[in-house]
Ligand binder design. Structure first.
Ligand SMILES: O=c1ccn([C@H]2C[C@H](O)[C@@H](COP(=O)(O)O)O2)c(=O)[nH]1
Ligand SMILES: [Zn+2]
Length: 159
């Protein structure tokens, strides 16, 4: 008889999004994303980090202060990285698993790339205008939104 406790597709892909987030150097919010085809094939992954060539050690990670002394104008978001990391082909009708609900800039990139479903974890910025704008655009563009249902399964990997 086959194993019964194997990971569901949702657990597998959201797990990969969370694992990707562990690469982030952001001290406050680590975000990971995993883009998957209609055939459940992984097309790309990404996490929030500084652009290529911009040293993690030299760039700021602060949240507050002079705008140019914070991370905000510089950090490349997980979803955008995942979209840009796709080596070939289109993302049409793909879905994206992301550990944090996408901001409005990522929402635009997701819509324009052809992704048709967003499965998200945390929605801690739901009360911001940015996320309200994201939801408005997703709804207008017909992108399905689904909150990931936590199964409370603990996955331990010894590295
Ligand atoms: O759609 C999104 C929104 C945010 N991020 C990243 C950008 C930053 O590195 C953090 C947010 O930092 P806070 O300290 O919580 O403001 O998350 C992202 O990757 N995707
Ligand atoms: Zn974003």
């Amino acid at each position: 008889m086959k194993r019964q406790d194997y990971l569901s597709w949702d657990e597998y892909f959201m797990g990969i999004a969370h694992l990707s987030a562990r690469r982030s150097k952001d001290p406050s919010t680590q975000v990971g994303a995993c883009i998957v085809s209609e055939e459940n094939k992984i097309l790309s992954v990404g996490y929030n980090g500084m652009p290529t060539g911009c040293s993690d050690d030299d760039m700021p990670w602060d949240r507050e202060g002079d705008f140019l002394e914070t991370k905000y104008p510089f950090v490349c978001h997980a979803e955008l990285n995942a979209i840009l990391n796709r080596s070939t082909g289109s993302l049409k009708n793909a879905r994206i698993y992301v550990s944090l609900f996408p901001c409005n800039e990522c929402a635009k990139a997701i819509i324009q790339s052809g992704i048709k479903e967003v499965i998200y974890g945390d929605d801690k910025y739901a009360d911001t205008d940015g996320v309200r704008a994201s939801k408005k655009m997703f709804n207008m563009a017909g992108v399905k939104l689904r909150r990931y249902e936590n199964t409370n399964r603990l996955v331990k990997i010894e590295l």
